[in-house]
Ligand binder design. Structure first.
Ligand SMILES: Cc1ncc(COP(=O)(O)O)c(C=O)c1O
Length: 371
């Protein structure tokens, strides 16, 4: 390696391996079973329609993906509304991949992104990986502070990331907040609305960003099949934007970028109304269940519009708390990597898993010394 010419931005980037797999932790801690509540996955499993469609398509995987790619984009466009068609949609390997394409496409020779400190870490990571600089702005009361972020738009700003609803806080920005914000954003800045959890939102004031695309603004809406649709393992996500902008992003894609089965599974999941409804209802019910339990335990949580809940101001060392929960057979996410050091994020599981979590949390909180 010493003699090789390396990209300094890439050399500085962390090696991103998937979080330690639950199975590895299970073996290390000598546990019989382990429950993973760290990936914000759908605990009810994949859409059965998706599984069936992929099974049917299996004998044809000798062929490169063909029309299934356009079919998925057309379906997504139809669900976005009458003002959209497949040319407004780009599909890639998870929405993470779309984030990466955007950073590659706009930060090719530097420039800045405006990024909240308490949010999904990939905005900063990809910005820096492609040679850009992330201008960081603190959250206010655990939520995006758009007025403060807008102040940071300068000559060098090219990207502005908005995670709505936000991971890890579960908070949403309202239509009014986003409209006020968009009035102040110059058109030379691309606003990225990451809406990975939008299908779970219950708050009626939640901002609908599709109109900005219809108005021809420079925005990209990012969504995924990894959450509500229960297809995290397939790695399919998409971006929606004005056609020319989408075409420009397309240039950074390799040919046959997403596998045929993945595309077919994702498309089928969009039609699975029963699975969608069941998943939403389950999430809503389990959230209420956990809120009640957290109140009983005297733990502060942030009301969430997502499929996870953030516990904050824990008054205990978060790393110790995390490890104790692992010893009780539960994997959750310390939110430090998401910019909230005194918090843990818990993905909602099945009722049984959530009960196990509450039991374990009760014991762990009683055992651990105050920080
Ligand atoms: C806010 C947000 N955006 C994007 C992603 C990436 O999801 P995927 O690459 O699975 O589509 C995640 C995953 O957790 C997320 O929380």
């Amino acid at each position: 390696m010493k003699e090789l010419m390396l990209d300094p931005n890439l050399s500085r980037a962390p090696v991103r391996k998937a979080g330690r797999p639950a199975e590895e932790l299970r073996q290390e801690y000598g546990l019989e079973t382990i429950i993973g509540l760290s990936g914000n996955e759908n605990p009810l499993g994949p859409s059965p329609l998706a599984v069936e469609a992929m099974r049917e398509a299996l004998p044809s995987v000798n062929r490169y993906p063909g029309v299934c790619e356009t079919e998925l984009r057309t379906k997504i466009a139809m669900r976005m509304g009458p003002g959209f068609d497949e040319e407004n949609v780009i599909v890639a390997n998870g929405s993470s991949d779309i984030l990466r394409l955007i950073c590659q496409a706009f930060l090719f020779d530097g420039g800045e992104s405006v990024v909240c400190t308490a949010t999904f870490p990939l905005y900063r990571l990809f910005t820096e990986m492609f040679g850009g600089e992330a201008v960081l702005v603190d959250a206010k009361d655990y939520a995006y502070d758009l007025p403060a972020m807008v102040e940071e738009i300068g000559e060098e700003t090219r990207l502005f990331f908005v995670c709505n609803p936000n991971n890890p806080t579960g908070t949403v920005l309202t239509q009014q907040q986003v409209d006020d914000f968009m009035k102040q954003v110059p058109n030379r800045v691309v606003v990225v609305f990451d809406e990975a959890y939008c299908e779970y939102v219950e708050d009626e004031k939640y901002a609908d960003t599709r109109k900005y695309v219809e108005e021809g603004r420079n925005v990209v809406i990012i969504r995924t099949f990894s959450k509500l649709y229960g297809l995290g393992g397939l790695r399919v996500g998409y971006g929606v934007g004005e056609k020319e902008l989408v075409e420009y992003l397309w240039r950074a894609l390799s040919a046959f970028h997403v596998g045929a089965l993945n595309l077919i599974g994702a498309a089928a999941s969009l039609d699975d109304d029963e699975h969608i409804l069941r998943s939403r209802e389950h999430n809503s019910k389990e959230k209420q269940f956990l809120y009640e339990q957290f109140k009983k335990l005297g733990v502060r949580y942030l009301p969430s519009q997502c499929n996870f809940v953030l516990l904050v101001e824990l008054g205990h060392d978060v790393q110790a708390l995390w490890e104790s929960l692992v010893r009780h057979g539960l994997v959750v996410t310390p939110a430090r990597a998401f910019g909230v050091p005194d918090a843990i994020r818990i993905s909602l599981g099945t009722r049984e898993e959530n009960e196990r979590l509450v039991e374990a949390l009760q014991q762990v909180l009683a055992e651990l010394p105050e920080a």
